[in-house]
Design a protein around this ligand. Sequence first.
Ligand SMILES: Nc1nc2c(ncn2[C@@H]2O[C@H](COP(=O)(O)OP(=O)(O)O)[C@@H](O)[C@H]2O)c(=O)[nH]1
Ligand SMILES: [Mg+2]
Length: 1019
Amino acid sequence: MTNGSDDHPKDDPAGPANTLRSVGSALGGWAKRVGKAITEVAGPQQPEEVSRALTQAHDLRRAGQFATAHERLQAPIKTRPNDPSLLLSLALTLIEQALVTPARIDVLSAFAEGLGKRGERNVGGPLVEATEHLLRSEFDASLDALRRARKLLDELGGSLQPETRFVFHLLTTLAQAHRGRHERALLELHKTRARLPEGTHGPLRQLLIAEGAQISLAAESVDEAIAWLSSEAEPPTASDGQPATPSDDARTAHAYLALALAAKGDRLGSEAALAKVDSDDPAWDELRIRIGLCLGTGPESQPERTRELALRHLQRASEDPRRQRLWALAEAATWPSSGAATPIAGRSACLDALATAARAAPADLLERHLHELAHLSLRADLRPPNIVAAIRKQLRDSPTAPEEIRLVHVRKRLEEHDEQVGEDFLPGPPPRFRAQADLGGPWGPDEISPIRDAGSRLTVVRSQRALASAELCLQRNLPEAAQEYLVEVLTEFPEHEHARALLTELARPVESNRLEDLLTAATTLLAAMPGRILGVPLSGVQDALSGVIAARERLARPLTIAIMGEFSSGKSTFINALLGEAVAPMGVLPTTSTINLFRRGPSGSARVHYRDGSIATVARDEVHTFLQHLDDIEASRIRHMEIERTGSRLGEAAVVDTPGLNALDTFHERVTREFVEEADAIIWIFSATRGGAASEGSALKSVSADGRQVLGVLNKVDTLDAEERVELVTYLREQFGQILLDVLPISASAALTLRTAEGNHSDDPFVAVEDALERHFFERARELKRSLTTRRLADALGHAREVVLAAADALDAKADDAARGDASDPGQLEFRLVSFADTVYGQILGLDDVLTRECLALGILRAGSAPARAFLAPQDATYLAAVLRDSILRALQTALADLTQTPGADALADVLTGRLVPWANGFLDSLDSSGFVASLVIEHGPTVAKGEAALRERYRVALQPVAASWRKFIRGLFRHIRQAHRQARHTAASAPRAEALRLRTTTVASLDAVLGSLERVAP
Ligand SMILES: Nc1nc2c(ncn2[C@@H]2O[C@H](COP(=O)(O)OP(=O)(O)O)[C@@H](O)[C@H]2O)c(=O)[nH]1
Ligand SMILES: [Mg+2]
């Protein structure tokens, strides 16, 4: 409230003010004359003529006819220019008129000047002065004048005293209110209301209603305002029994009642009250805007309409800081949950408007205005230098300034890369914004301030704390922690643009394209992923991680070659020839053969890996016998064998002997595929004795499908003649040229004989095989391994990506469910609360029993007779007080426990636990200190003579007020519960949404980044 002209709705230039102004100007000249006249001395008597004039002027003022009252006083003052009562009456007339028609301050000035010259100790003088200052927005000077008036007022008697007191309090109320002292103004308002002269109606009453309503609302006395305005709005019926016709006064009261109801969040009530105003007069625009702003956060509010109205209102007086603020708040109310989505120009115009309003605000309200400005600066995510400067100054002047003010400062510090910013954070790790334990008040300058909505204020504060923490983590290179904080932000504000952008940045591409680095990056990435987010499992991620870890291990392991081919094509014989030792059992039936992995090692022993996961060791000497004598049943129990080979041929490479993909056992076939999958290269053995090579085509294709290199060997060529040999080799080369590196004709059995025999074998037919292995596999081992690892890593990441996207979908679906479902109406909650309150009420009343029993047990009272003593021993009093306290708290806990088990009552239980329990303790403390129990026993104890039932009844009656106040307090918590419920619902929907977003942006983007780098991996 920056100047008087805005304080009631009748301020429109086109309104009735014009007429009043001309009256005022006519009065101006007159007042000058009066000023001169009052230098003469007044007589002590008050003749009939004077008192009649005073009464009539008074009545005229009550009717709001100030000009007429003025006229009525003219004649008597002419004859008695120094009569103090006449002068005071005139002063009151001028003051009241000036207050409702503030345009004519000069009338007052002239009058005050006249009085001042006279040196008259007339209370009218300082009152007029106070009014003058008030209308000039010189509130301190006005209060000074009022202090002077107060002294004279105490000496004042006579018929004018009550009205003078009323005017005095009214002026004090207005001066305090406009100065920003809401509490003081509210106190004064009570006095003013109590002294409002009977019969006052018209503009003065409307002024009181308008100002009073605004003061009460600014001071958060909403309920009181509603009660008062309701009585103003529905004045008692006229004496003739007819309902009073709706007057302008009632209309004003209805209008402000609508505002008060809106401030309480009662949309329907507010609309009903506003309907009674029934006027499209732009004079009511401000009020409509205020109502719209109060209802702004409600589900059925119309922020767009309020915004249009506010714009129209601003256009009529665009320099007015008060209108600027209304407009800015109405604009901000249309911002999406995070203001950042609105164009910067729009956002910064709002902040500028609020800064203007803050500058124009009285000193006492500056912090509240800056608090509001800080809140919107945070929501707008804009920190213009002038605003930051104002906010920093406030922070210096008032270190206990609200947290939003500090948040703006800290976010700016972060933006400036201020080294000292750490002092605003708890050291961590990770650092966390040093939050204020209690957000406390003051909450904004008045009822329209968005920070009055505790829920949305908390949302902004929480998200900004997390955002500041995230920004610091980013600066300190703590991306994981930053990510967690950003998810916190998005849980509060799912659309928060800045947080989304930072999340995306966090998923920046991996710098390296070294395979090892990418493996590390993938491992870290997958390992950091939780197995479950808000109940949605990401179980596949674990598999992907295992895949990456396995791929990493394999990269370090020696080359592994799997020997494949159909049954009895000579795979085992080939392996033995290759290794130069008969380690693999040959000529074994498919049903009794196992998958054998030959690894270089010192002992020559074997490990048997059973299907059930158990492992047995077979000593070197027994390996051969073990393998040769496996029966069907034993063989089927074995997953695979791991056999150490001691020979030095083939270096460190490992060889896998497989029964073939057409194994009879599906389990073994699966294990075979796993081994093939693990192998770095394949040797495929064709048998020259079998013509059906074509049937091997599909199996061959499948093993080479993921780029695995396959070398073909045509075995048993000893059974062919030279021509057939060439023919078959040519055929295979033609047939499988795409898949096979080469086809080498050999005789494994001949080679084995030769290589295991003593002596030098210069004509070793296996030289060609070894050459080929060297050329195709060993020389390229690194490359082979790396390309396979790259492919495996890509597979694992691709799989993880699918899992993550599916989880994100599931989280979104969960959010949708939460948003749609559980629209459990607050009515249901209210019902539960009321029944909870009733339960507690009943339980407290039920303590009559406990008290009676304890008193009897202690022997303080004896059944059927008068009490032993008329006083209670201190230890008994203490004990009884403790019993009562325990019993009440236990009753409360039982009731609470029931509630926590009620589905959907979480919000209810939380609020009750958070608010009721501390209150209950305080209440019980005060019961203790007031000696409640002792007085109860002493007062009602004697009733025991009339029997236990009578005593119990007495106790019950005595406990009744206690029970009632508990019930009342509990019922009064409904507002908090609705708030908590709304918050819980918001979080239920927005938390999964935020997590889904994180998965899509950061996680998937990080996976994509590694996948992208994999494509460019260095050989
Ligand atoms: N004629 C001939 N027979 C062979 C040759 N290599 C292996 N065999 C025989 O083919 C049968 C199956 O050999 P084996 O190595 O157990 O085949 P696998 O089932 O593929 O492991 C055995 O009887 C071997 O003696 C070869 O080069 N020439
Ligand atoms: Mg074999």
